[in-house]
Design a protein around this ligand. Structure first.
Ligand code: SF4
Length: 465
């Protein structure tokens, strides 16, 4: 195992604005506390619940081919069209073909990390199709030409003053950072977009293979607009979003809302059965595009457990590296512990380019402890680090210093004691280790306290003898 390069460390930790870091800290602290409280309050053994959810999801992944066929049959029976896209390019061109065929020029979007993964908005814009994000956070991202930094809270890196400035710039009213005013202005503005859109595009939190039901959870109600007002509804969904039966949904919906935002249930939970049937509301046409983008390959690999993920974001909220580095440092659609595993593996991404992400972890295990589907993220990170090392990918290739000097020091007690004495006497910034200088340039480290344990130990040995 090698040390990461100073540049890689720098990329992960420096240059983050203090206000951004404060927003991320607060934005992740609150849901973590609420999650802990609500799980302890509502369940005697929340751990049993998440083990059960892991079992259901793993079973689904182990039989994914069968469940995909079942879901397709159910969706077709419900009146939807169903397509499968293996690659990002194919997924994008399928969405475009459907929109062009249906003469749809404007799209309102909700609840889709997958379309972020595909970079669909810019692709459709190149073909003259306008997409408007309607989740408030995603809308702010769109008008700011920014990228999401959290899978549940895309603008966790911003505060209300940032948003108020963006709204003022976009002509949505004079500067006002009152959250209610911001929300009201967004609602008035987005309502016009819902009413003029030809197509509503959503992802799916879950798809029931049994009934073909598309399940969407939001706290803003915008997905309802997207799935009911426009004449066309396109669902872009990863193949791993399946659950076998409708009755499994109770388990996942209870876990998802509590893990994501510490709520008992998300405010709006929608079960979309298909397009409009005679005399009822809804779109004339519904099209479901299942997207692979490397997931099948992950399924056949040592990292398959990551496909159990239900995108709750709880692992991001507790990760000390994510909270310090913030989401943009990950340079990928999925950030934090989930992203450090998933992002390098996705088909459209280059493993070499993102092979440093699994190293952005202290391996403290908090991500696994909070994961509602019990994904062994630290183990997966270690396996990916091993792969990166074997393939010479990412930092492993760049000739970073080997661990040998450290190993020698750690196995020679005399030298170790001398090093501790030196470290106590010489400030870290003055240490003759050039590779550390850049890293230390952005930090104030606490005073070195090495040797205290040894002194304590010696004292107790003497007292015992
Ligand atoms: S890995 Fe687990 S904790 Fe992290 S987003 Fe996925 S389901 Fe949530």
């Amino acid at each position: 195992m090698r040390l990461p390069s100073p540049q890689a460390i720098d990329r992960f930790s420096s240059g983050v604005d203090a206000s951004v870091r404060a927003s991320v800290y607060e934005g992740t602290r609150v849901p973590t506390e609420w999650r802990r409280e609500i799980l302890a309050r509502d369940y005697e053994q929340p751990d049993v619940l998440r083990k059960l959810a892991a079992q259901v999801k793993q079973h689904t992944m182990d039989h994914l081919e069968d469940y995909l066929v079942k879901a397709e049959q159910a969706l077709l029976a419900n009146g939807a069209e169903v397509y499968f896209a293996e690659t990002v390019d194919r997924a994008k061109s399928m969405a475009l073909e459907v929109l062009q065929r249906e003469n749809a020029k404007t799209v309102v979007k909700s609840k889709s990390m997958l379309t972020e993964e595909l970079h669909l908005n810019s692709f459709l814009a190149q073909h003259g199709i306008e997409c408007v994000e309607t989740d408030l956070g995603e809308y702010v991202i769109q008008i700011d030409d920014d990228v999401p930094s959290h899978i549940i809270k895309p603008i966790v890196h911003k505060n209300r003053r940032d948003i108020a400035k963006s709204f003022e710039r976009e002509g949505l009213g004079a500067y006002n950072d009152d959250p209610e005013t911001i929300t009201r202005r967004a609602r008035v503005h987005l309502r016009k977009s819902f009413l003029r859109a030809d197509c509503g595009m959503t992802g799916a939190n879950f798809v029931s293979a049994e009934s073909g039901r598309i399940v969407l959870v939001t706290n803003e109600g915008n997905a309802r607009w997207c799935t009911t007002a426009p004449r066309l509804h396109i669902v872009m969904v990863g193949i791993e979003k399946l659950v076998p039966r409708d009755k499994d949904l109770g388990l996942f919906l209870n876990l998802l809302a509590r893990s994501a935002v510490g709520q008992q249930l998300t405010v709006y939970t929608q079960f979309v059965n298909g397009p409009r049937s005679i005399g009822k509301d809804g779109p004339d046409k519904m099209v479901v595009i299942f997207v692979d983008n490397g997931r099948s390959e992950v399924l056949g690999s040592d990292y398959r457990e990551i496909l159990r993920c239900i995108r709750c974001g709880a692992c991001q909220n507790v990760c000390p590296v994510y909270r310090q580095a913030t989401g943009h440092a990950y340079r990928a659609t999925y950030q934090g512990p989930i992203g450090a595993v998933l992002s390098p593996l996705l088909g459209a991404n280059d493993f070499e380019q993102l092979a440093d992400l699994p190293k952005a972890s202290s391996l403290c295990g908090a991500c696994n402890e909070v994961c509602p589907v019990d994904i062994p993220i630290p183990n997966l990170l270690l396996r990916l680090r091993d792969r990166a090392f074997r393939e010479g990918a990412g930092m492993a290739k760049k000739g970073t210093p080997p661990m040998a000097p450290w190993a020698w020091l750690a196995t020679h007690p005399g030298a170790w004691r001398s090093a501790l004495t030196m470290a106590n006497a010489v400030p870290m910034k003055a240490a003759p280790v050039p590779a550390m200088h850049r890293w230390l340039g952005t930090r104030e480290l606490p005073a070195m306290k090495g040797g205290a344990f040894r002194r304590w130990w010696r004292k107790h040995q003497k007292a015992d003898s």
